[in-house]
Design a protein around this ligand. Sequence first.
Ligand SMILES: [Zn+2]
Length: 162
Amino acid sequence: MKNRRNRERIRGYKSGYGRKKEPKGARVPVCPYCGRVSVLRPAEYVYGENTIVTGSLLYVCSGYPACGAYVGVHEGTKKPKGTLADSELRNKRIRAHRAIDRIATAGCMSRDGVYVWLSGRLNLPYEETHIGYFSDYLCEETIRECEKVMENWNGNRRGRAA
Ligand SMILES: [Zn+2]
């Protein structure tokens, strides 16, 4: 009896700690604008008092603030959410995310469905269809394609209602 309890405890211990660790030497992203390496910093480094999520991290170009590129990190990891982006590209990525959100919120496609559809429209493998890795051009294409879908969707709805 005592033995069994011990075994169970060991099994519990193992499953709790069985998660894979981050790969060793996970690469620190390089700034695509100036070629410098980035540095993992607290969000306060960039946002100061305007930091929304305290304790969150960013990969910031080591040339900051002369070079203004940075990217967020997935919560609880050191994994960047994409490539470093300057203010213009960050803005476009936000707009592309919003365009996708509008389609999913309208109920026109599921969120996953939007990415499947988008990968086809942009001729990208599904695994590479992540806004965080998109260039200015791909963001613009995403916004344009999403707007077309929404126009058709709204048009059809109007047609059905009439
Ligand atoms: Zn840079």
